[in-house]
Design a protein around this ligand. Structure first.
Ligand SMILES: Nc1ncnc2c1ncn2[C@@H]1O[C@H](COP(=O)(O)OP(=O)(O)OP(=O)(O)O)[C@@H](O)[C@H]1O
Length: 591
């Protein structure tokens, strides 16, 4: 199965531990069979009052085998679990690396609660592949072959009986378990997805649900989803247990068969009675070794399903529709911070770019063309949903245009590493994420190495510039910055952007939650820092745009007007009308 390739690769990388676990497992398995066979033989021998040295040899052998079995079982567990956890960690990193480039698209298509549970659950499911799917058959075949050869020395028919029993436990019982589990597993997965979605909805929407009086109803749905999942899981566990019970039953039937066959052979004089207990115990022990086979298909199915879903969620890099173009020879020259000292501003070109979100019938951007000269200041305005933020997403390489080209310093954006763009751009998006920690942690959240002595002064100066001087660097920030107001969050995001290197600023409504006075002060300081840089500002308010070199007006995914403030006002077009409405509203508020 192609999807399991990543797993096979991870297993190959852990081959040393895997080989060790197979070796120790084989020793433990055969030592177990030998231990019980020797015990059976010893018990039978004692009936005939053998010489003392025979008993001493047999007792020592039993003790030695017991020790070898325990020690090698320990070695097997150690090596196999070490291999399993290393494989798991490799799977996590591989999957995470695949996930990053396709993240915005995935979040579009999936419900976040389900997605999180799926990713975690599926990766965890894959950890069973080695221990419960790949490893048991190897072990069972090796130990079983030895036992069959050993038994065949005493009786061919007994060996045949063991082979028949093994075929039933290795194929018939697991086959039955699979057919029972197939439908149930689907139901368990569906119920798990519903529960995760419900949990996320209640957690994230707690406040709104409470205000709109829907909390009790949602809690009921959550309880219902949880109960349904528990009952399906119980049914699934019962069926797995039924499979294991059948395995035990077959084991006892085979043991009884060995007993009956042994009695017949002894009666015919073809087998010495002293070996009967030994053969019975050997048969019983070897089937215990193969107990894992009963649940193997269920785990196999589960792992394959998990691998398939993970491959769908985050396809391998070569199958991702993210353009990872070759690195342009000049690329690092353009973006490396060492060039930052020259402060050469970035030129941005957007040529005939169209973009359509996956699953949407209508394009968010239609043949948009823009030119941002180095060092220029551009504002994009337009009604909500006109495609302004999408332009930023494309410039940040969070999404790939459906058609058209975006260029930074005359190099297509597809030829830039996304990390290099992010590292060297001052970005403020509409929604910023804040971490649980201090203000200082949040300001330096990308581990910038500011000169330690100057760090304090620089951070305080930035806080002052964004009018957050009332906050101390050691003030605590709760998860999602819940202890900050929306305006404070925006200013913290601006401060964070101001601390970054680079000569390109991409700002998406960075001050929408601020009052006019604070907004004017913050923007003034920001503009002072960005004086020589290229800046793109998305905004709804039309005040203060007079200083912009260029204003771009967008509507329904198209650029409808471009020009300076004065040009657009004299054109008396879309922008002029928007400005009139804003003035009217401000007038109404003032009245
Ligand atoms: N993740 C998404 N999946 C599907 N469609 C989307 C997604 N994000 C935005 N859109 C759609 O794309 C269009 C442009 O959205 P965009 O966010 O770029 O508009 P905007 O001008 O920035 O709006 P606003 O001023 O409200 O932020 C809208 O019609 C919107 O419904």
């Amino acid at each position: 199965m192609k999807e399991l390739a990543v797993l096979s690769k991870a297993m190959m990388q852990e081959r040393k531990d895997i080989l060790l676990s197979i070796m120790f497992g084989f020793i433990a398995g055969t030592a177990g069979v030998a231990l019980f066979s020797a015990s059976g033989y010893m018990i039978s021998q004692t009936v005939f009052a053998p010489p003392l040295y025979t008993l001493i040899v047999l007792t020592s052998m039993v003790k030695l085998l017991g020790f070898v079995r325990a020690a090698s079982r320990y070695g097997e567990r150690l090596a196999s679990h070490r291999a399993t956890f290393s494989i798991l960690s490799r799977l996590r990193t591989t999957f995470f690396a695949r996930l990053i480039p396709v993240t915005p698209g995935i979040l579009n298509k999936n419900r976040s609660g389900d997605l999180l549970a799926r990713i975690v659950g599926d990766v965890e499911s894959l950890q069973h592949y080695f221990l419960r799917v790949a490893y048991p058959p190897v072990m069972v075949v090796m130990v079983f072959l030895c036992t069959v050869i050993f038994t065949a020395v005493y009786s061919f028919w007994m060996a045949c009986l063991l082979v028949a029993g093994m075929l039933i436990t290795a194929f018939v019982v697991p086959g039955l378990v699979v057919s029972w589990q197939r439908k149930l597993n689907d139901q368990v997965r569906q119920h798990r997805a519903t529960l995760s979605t419900e949990v996320t909805e209640v957690l994230y929407g707690f406040r709104d649900l409470k205000i709109y009086g829907q909390l009790a109803q949602r809690e009921q749905m959550l309880e219902h989803a949880s109960a349904s999942l528990a009952s399906e899981q119980q049914r699934s566990a019962t069926q797995l247990l039924r499979g294991q019970s059948m395995h035990v039953m077959i084991t006892y039937l085979v043991t009884w068969g060995v007993l009956v066959l042994g009695a017949v052979l002894i009666g015919k004089g073809e087998l010495s009675g002293v070996f009967l207990a030994m053969l019975i115990l050997a048969a019983q022990t070897v089937f215990e070794e193969s107990a894992a086979m009963a649940v193997l298909p269920a785990y196999k199915q589960d792992s394959e399903y998990a691998a398939k879903r993970l491959a769908q969620t985050a396809p391998p890099r070569d199958e991702q529709h993210v353009r990872v173009a070759p690195v342009h020879p000049n690329q690092e020259r353009i973006w490396e911070p060492c060039m930052y000292s020259e402060r050469s501003a970035v030129e941005v070109e957007i040529c005939n770019v169209s973009f359509q979100y996956e699953g949407e019938w209508r394009a968010a951007l239609k043949e948009v063309s823009l030119h941002l000269a180095p060092g220029s200041k551009t504002a994009i305005v337009g009604p909500s949903g006109s495609g302004k933020s999408t332009i930023l997403d494309l410039l940040l390489k969070l999404r790939t245009p459906t058609s058209g080209v975006l260029k930074l310093n005359n190099v297509s954006i597809s030829e830039h590493h996304e990390e290099s763009i992010w590292r060297n751009t001052h970005v403020v998006l509409q929604q910023s994420h804040f971490f649980r920690g201090t203000i200082r942690d949040n300001l330096l959240s990308d581990n910038q190495n500011l000169d330690e002595e100057r760090e304090e002064d620089r951070l305080l100066a930035v806080l002052q510039a964004v009018q957050l001087q009332h906050l101390a660097l050691e003030d605590f920030v709760y998860e999602k910055a819940e202890n900050l107001s929306d305006g404070e969050k925006q200013r913290l995001a601006i401060a964070r952007a101001m601390l970054r290197p680079g000569t390109l600023w991409l700002l998406d409504e960075p001050t929408s939650a601020l009052d006019y006075v604070t907004e004017a002060r913050v923007l003034k300081n920001l503009m002072a820092q960005a004086v020589n840089d290229t800046l793109l500002l998305i905004c709804h308010r039309l005040t203060g745009l007079e200083q912009m070199h260029q204003i771009v007006v967008m509507d329904q995914g198209r650029v409808v007007e471009t020009g300076t403030f004065d040009e657009l006002m004299s054109q008396k077009g879309y922008f002029y009308e928007m400005k009139q409405i804003e003035l009217q509203m401000l007038g109404d508020q003032g009245a």
